[in-house]
Design a protein around this ligand. Sequence first.
Ligand code: COA
Length: 338
Amino acid sequence: MAHFAALVGLGSYLPPRRVTNEELASTFDTSDEWITTRTGIRARHWASSGVATSDLAVEAGHRALKSANLPMEPGAVDAVVLATTTPDHPCPATAPQVAARLGLGTVAAYDIAAVCSGFLYALATASAQITAGQAERVLVIGAETYSTILNPADRTTSVIFGDGAGAVVLAAVPDADRPGVIINVDLGSDGSQQDLITIPGGGSRERATPGEPDPQDRYFTMQGKKVFAEAVTRMGDSASALLGRVGWPVDSVGHLVGHQANIRILKALAQRLGLPGERVVVNIDRVGNTSAASIPVALAEAAAAGTLTTGSRVLLTAFGGGLTWGSAALTWPELNPA
Ligand code: COA
């Protein structure tokens, strides 16, 4: 019997420490006016010292399991997939620890590294495990602590990124037209442009440099202007390709949940697609760019606010370092986000 992967649980978690633009402006040369007009961000949440990505992932995972009415015990899910750019350690992956702390037993657990597109790559992988008949339920988490990799001397990146986690549960269902089914996905990459978003040090490439590693090489770097242009083009093309594949006219899309990178990117994307601005889900003003957590956090907040209504056609699209990008299409299911 054919299986389809449907979204049946959703949750998110933000660390309690809220950092406003005014607070940043009191520590380095920036202003609320610059940040708000250039990015649309008013505040972001940063994890306190000692709090790691797995801590946020466990909270979001717990909420998604609760939303799906699943217990925190072995057998609840068959796999845990964690998308992150900021794992607890370079080795091992963070997902096994998250699975263990959620009480999920000796379940399959692995990380996905696709920077801000990570959640869509994870969603695609989890969905494929289910449609292949290898799993019945998968917990998919996007979690980040970018505050741990930001260079305090780089005001361009320091104002943009926030910490947080979002999670969904995918489950096997027999019918393709049930709301929540991941109808199709589109993924892509362009490694020739890897330098646009990178942490230069900390990996195997660093061994080519003799002497002590430069501590600056451990920070996240980004060529903002080029990234901006690529983000609009890649997300736009990916979303259009997916719409064509699933046969949805642009006008039939009820909600575009795009990666919350910059309000100007989201507006340009909507314009490129020909989608009215009011159909674009926006929470970047409150959370900043939370990278792999961006889309599930936006979904959870929009669902909790009643913005996403059952039966509405929802288009997800993201772009990130790699370069990587991806899109997914689903009809919004009936569920209670936690
Ligand atoms: N506060 C005040 N001024 C700042 C600043 C800050 N936080 N950051 C940069 N500036 C200054 C620059 O130094 C520059 O000054 P200059 O003109 O005197 O040289 C000026 O603002 C314009 O900088 P620029 O980089 O050209 O601004 P921009 O309009 O391109 O906006 C970003 C910068 C980063 C907001 C924008 O490029 C962006 O959002 N890019 C995409 C980022 C993103 O989404 N990344 C994740 C994708 S997954």
